[in-house]
Design a protein around this ligand. Structure first.
Ligand SMILES: *Cc1c(COP(=O)(O)O)cnc(C)c1O
Length: 455
């Protein structure tokens, strides 16, 4: 058989033309979003002041297996996709492992991550609805950057609430967003009622994603012609991100490769959900079996130590309630946590799949994550985002296990992005100033105690 190339590229003509909706193959569907006041399931009418119409349709559709990708979105995708599936020959050699390691690299666009795949879709539907603009939050800044790129392309206004600590620590990210025409406000801000309320209760707070979400939602619902968009967690985002998994599957099929395990980092679950979707579909239909592994930080362990319960998606409690693995909307990782993936909750789709035992989850301490990041950079050349390095960590661990047992397993992992804007975190690691604070059960109890009572 011909040697598998270092990079498996697809032709444009081999690109997927429809997104795959994994919910269509789930026997037990993810739980519906609930109104935070009445605890009743939210229908399209109720969601319409917050989200774009077509995106609501995608959000609520548990049955349609495929959604055609509009031509305009496909043309945008073609500027930076298909993304390569890389055989990590150099890493395998370095590790002296019999395992075969592949990674799907999503960092080949200016935003530096997979988030652009959903940003362009969400901006497109907002534009199609005739809206003036969209609002959103951003933590580390990748989502805000992706959305500002998509909005610039389509001529939409883009208003980003950026978690204050990142706004101050990542001035370059902020300027990239402004280059694409977005306005960027540090959150919490005095611009919104919820921001003022949070600042009054916690003066000097450096913000959190949950806080910034509340502000962005308020900004959208109080402005004519604006809607709110979210870069992860929601069903629609996993749908758009299925492009990652569909391309991966096509590339593997081209060479008759069948993975034994698929590994991805999990913050809100969108890259992992997208990567595994077609494989999980096969698993759900009983056509194939794979080990699927979510990797999360030990300092923000939603899957491995969270509760599967209805919770607020934001700190200000203005968003719908979602049933998910959660640490509680008030949970904020320790200040020294530097590796991203700091959202308190998890995609309701992945939460349901995990609860049914269809996938696994592991948590890893951050110094081990940065060790893996550095090892990867030095062998495969790419400087990984700290988020992505969670997946690298476990891929290396699994490859080393193969070395012990002599098994030639095939490992596929998602390399979600590059880490050029994360050098402060790398610096902490290099200077030995990074620790592995892991929340105690008592720490977590604080978040759990504020979960809403839903029956
Ligand atoms: C946002 C982000 C993640 C985590 O988000 P998910 O929704 O869990 O995929 C992972 N890697 C990178 C590079 C990101 O920007």
């Amino acid at each position: 058989m011909e040697k598998i190339p270092y990079k498996i590229y697809l032709n444009e003509s081999e690109m997927p033309t429809a997104w795959y909706n994994v919910r269509s193959d789930m026997k037990k569907k993810p739980a519906p979003l609930l109104n935070p006041g009445t605890h009743q399931p939210m229908g399209a009418d109720e969601l319409a002041p917050v989200f774009c119409e077509e995106l609501i349709r995608q959000e609520l559709d548990n049955d349609t297996p495929y959604f055609q990708i509009p031509d305009e979105i496909l043309s945008f995708y073609k500027m930076y996709r298909p993304s390569p599936l890389v055989r990590a020959y150099c890493l395998e050699e370095k590790l002296q492992t019999p395992a075969k390691i592949y990674y799907k690299f999503e960092g080949n666009n200016t935003s530096g991550s997979h988030k652009l795949n959903s940003a362009i879709a969400q901006a497109y539907y907002a534009k199609k609805q005739g809206l003036k603009g969209v609002t959103t939050e951003t933590g580390a800044g990748q989502w805000g950057t992706a959305l500002s790129m998509a909005c610039a392309y389509l001529g939409l206004d883009c208003k980003v609430y950026m978690v204050k600590v990142s706004y101050e620590q990542k001035p370059f990210r902020r300027e990239v967003m402004r280059t694409y025409g977005a306005s960027v406000t540090p959150s919490p801000s005095m611009e919104t009622e919820v921001g003022r309320r949070i600042l009054a209760a916690h003066p000097g707070t450096t913000g959190s994603l949950g806080c910034a979400i509340s502000e962005a939602v308020e900004a959208a619902t109080t402005r004519e012609g604006y809607r709110y968009v979210l870069g992860s967690v929601l069903n629609q985002v996993l749908l758009h991100q299925s492009i990652i998994g569909l391309e991966t599957k096509t590339a593997l099929d081209k060479y008759g490769i069948k993975p034994d395990m698929i590994i991805g980092c999990a913050g809100g679950g969108s890259n992992l959900g997208g990567l595994i979707s077609p494989f999980m579909g096969e698993k759900l239909r009983g056509e194939a079996d794979y080990r699927i592994i979510a990797v999360e930080p030990a300092s923000c362990p939603s899957f491995t130590r969270g509760r599967f319960a209805y919770d607020f998606c934001d700190t200000g409690m203005v968003c719908p309630l979602a049933k998910m693995y959660t640490l509680g909307a008030d949970f904020i990782p320790a200040p020294n946590h530097a590796g991203g993936l700091r959202y308190h909750g998890m995609s309701p789709i992945l939460s349901e799949l995990y609860d049914e035992g269809l996938m696994e989850a592991v948590s890893v301490p951050q110094t081990k994550v940065f060790e893996a990041a550095e090892q990867f950079a030095r062998t495969e050349g790419i400087l990984p985002a700290p988020e992505s390095a969670h997946a690298i960590r476990v891929a290396i661990d699994e490859a080393m296990r193969c070395k012990e047992t002599g098994e030639e397993k095939t490992i596929v992992f998602g390399l979600t992005g590059t880490g050029y804007f994360d050098m402060v975190a790398y610096e902490k690691f290099h200077d030995g100033k990074m620790d592995d604070y892991i929340p105690t059960d008592e720490d977590l109890e604080v978040g759990f105690s504020k979960l809403p009572k839903v029956d």
